[in-house]
Write a protein that binds this ligand. Structure first.
Ligand SMILES: Cc1cc2nc3c(=O)[nH]c(=O)nc-3n(C[C@H](O)[C@H](O)[C@H](O)COP(=O)(O)OP(=O)(O)OC[C@H]3O[C@@H](n4cnc5c(N)ncnc54)[C@H](O)[C@@H]3O)c2cc1C
Length: 360
């Protein structure tokens, strides 16, 4: 694969010719764009930063984040193809699983043959996953899983799921084959935003999990979950940055057509937001590339970038009523909620900064 500048040129071309063209139709039909997902995989972009031995492109994480940023300038849900499959699923397998599981699943995820989902949230356990009710019981050959998961991205289409459940009184993490007996899925329709991203409610009734399918050690599931959320939150902050850049492109056009003080001032405000979000995000990406803990920076980047995107979308909504404005205004709001709401990001940042936990 070429250098980063040529890669970005290819991403922009694909965004203009494919993502932008399909964005409104996908949104209106509430359909996950499987065709776009397969094209992204075929081009090698889903696994651009994954190790070569699993079929990846072996590039610095920055390459993945550039794809997420550029897609998000036109359609955040297209970037969610990468965040949903790579940062939340494939990266867990790369970081946490035994070699046979990695070899079996990662190349297939990266080339689009199969897909996965990340199932942490439950109807009564969102911000505080330790309240989850899903549980496993040990058997001779593995575990039996019972429980319910809610708001699961790609849950209807996934071939495998990374599921968190209580094992005795501690939370463990498991790889679950979604074709197993006892799994039922319901598509969640009518979401406020992220309409073309697939979302499911999933029930597990006496689902068998073989003994080699626990990810990480017994009772250490939340370590896996939180490490994955560092990657996920960084991905969302980049989606929010891309969305803000897309909004800024429209605000500049409006200001050029009507150079009032208000229009020019709004462009200036968004320009400052973009630069400050970019600095935070680049710092987080650098820490990640250097394999240094980046939990605090991922949370700060998510908090700052998603709130900035919402502010920018509000500005655009006061000047434009087109389809992009309607869609992006709804989509950016959702990014303030998932993978930890803004309130939860503040608790994480405050905890790391002071050493005091406000909740368990
Ligand atoms: C489109 C979409 C896709 C999603 N995809 C996934 C997925 O793939 N996998 C997955 O596991 N989950 C997913 N989620 C779930 C998402 O991560 C949760 O919705 C989120 O963590 C919030 O949980 P909750 O909805 O239960 O809200 P709650 O936890 O009930 O929170 C409600 C409100 O209370 C506030 N709050 C809660 N606790 C505190 C506190 N201690 N202090 C201050 N305020 C607090 C919150 O900030 C929020 O405003 C998705 C959600 C959406 C909307």
């Amino acid at each position: 694969m070429q250098n980063l500048d040529l890669f970005k040129k290819d991403l922009k071309k694909f965004t203009k010719e494919t993502i932008k063209k399909r964005s409104h139709k996908n949104n209106d039909s509430e359909k996950y764009d499987i065709k776009a997902a397969l094209e992204i995989c075929k081009k090698g972009w889903l696994g651009i930063s994954a190790p070569q031995r699993y079929g990846g492109g072996d590039k610095d994480p920055l390459w993945t984040y550039e794809a997420i940023r550029i897609f998000s300038q036109e359609d955040i849900t297209a970037a969610a193809i990468i965040t949903g499959q790579f940062t939340l699923v494939a990266e867990i397998l790369i970081n946490e699983c035994q070699e046979d599981i990695k070899n079996n699943y990662i190349p297939k995820i990266l080339n689009g043959a199969i897909s996965g989902c990340y199932a942490l949230t439950e109807p009564d356990a969102g911000s505080n996953p330790s309240e989850m009710k899903s549980r496993v019981e040990k058997t001779k050959k593995g575990w039996i899983l019972n429980g319910q998961k809610m708001w699961i991205t790609n849950g209807n289409i996934a071939d495998l799921a990374i599921v968190y459940a209580k094992e005795e009184n501690m939370i463990s993490c498991f790889l679950v084959d979604m074709k197993s007996k006892g799994i039922s899925k319901t598509k969640i329709h009518g979401k406020m935003g992220f309409k073309s991203s697939d979302t499911a409610e999933i029930s597990f009734e006496n689902v068998f999990i073989p003994s080699q399918n626990r990810i990480g050690r017994k009772g250490k599931g939340l370590n896996v979950a939180f490490k994955a959320l560092d990657n996920g939150r960084l991905g969302i902050s980049v989606m929010a940055l891309g969305a803000t850049e897309g909004i800024q492109k429209r605000l500049i056009k409006i200001a050029k057509n009507k150079p009032s003080q208000k229009n020019i001032e709004d462009v200036a405000r968004v320009e400052v937001m973009i630069e400050s979000c970019r600095s935070l995000i680049l710092k987080a990406i650098k820490l990640k590339s250097n394999k240094t803990n980046f939990t605090k920076y991922a949370s700060m980047a998510k908090l700052k970038s998603t709130e900035a995107a919402t502010k920018a979308a509000n500005m655009l909504a006061s000047k434009s009523t087109d389809k992009f404005t309607n869609r992006v205004w709804r989509d950016v709001r959702v990014m303030e909620l998932f993978e930890g709401t803004s309130e939860i990001q503040k608790l994480i940042i405050g905890n790391i900064t002071t050493g005091f936990k406000a909740f368990n």
